[in-house]
Design a protein around this ligand. Structure first.
Ligand code: ZN
Length: 166
């Protein structure tokens, strides 16, 4: 019998602590070495689907290499994600330079990335593809901790740190 209070196998509604390195096109672009292990609530789409699926059933202490194709990562590159925004709708505090990366909110209130591609006379061309869209992701993962989530964390669908609550 599994001990409910001391879970050892990654499953839904557990808080999983992972150390990871993300390599794209042969280059390490993100790693838990800088900020310490990542804690997330498993089974609530807090991490990309292709990674979450592969972590299910792993044991504490286990390491794994996970390859995630774009469709299960940050999506394919989408031509329709290139859009023109009228210059006068642009916030004044945003520097208007090609290559500047922004976080914008769409009509549904979801946060998305946008990179300024071009500045025209009356419009700004934005590319809202995620910077990792179209990329195959190579993760080196190590499961370093597991705990049961609180009822509130499960209800909110994310991990709470310290007295954070939202
Ligand atoms: Zn919360």
């Amino acid at each position: 019998m599994a001990d409910k209070d001391n879970p050892t196998t990654v499953a839904d509604d557990l808080v999983v602590s992972i150390e990871y390195t993300l390599t794209v096109d042969g280059e390490v672009i993100d790693s838990s070495e800088d900020e310490g292990p990542l804690d997330y609530l498993h089974g609530h789409s807090n991490i990309i689907p292709g990674l979450e699926k592969e972590l299910t059933g792993m044991q504490v202490g286990e390491k794994k290499k996970v390859k995630v194709l774009p469709a299960e990562g940050y999506g394919e590159l989408d031509e329709d994600s290139i859009m023109e925004v009228p210059l006068d709708e642009f916030p004044e505090d945003v520097p208007l330079e090609p290559g500047i990366e922004l976080e914008i909110t769409d009509d549904e209130g979801d946060m998305m990335f946008a990179e300024i591609v071009e500045i025209g006379k009356d419009t700004v061309t934005l590319d809202t593809n995620h910077p990792l869209a179209g990329k195959t992701l190579h993760f080196d993962i190590s499961i370093v901790g597991l705990r049961t989530a609180s009822a509130e964390e499960i209800d909110h669908g994310h991990v709470h740190f310290g007295d954070h609550d939202h």
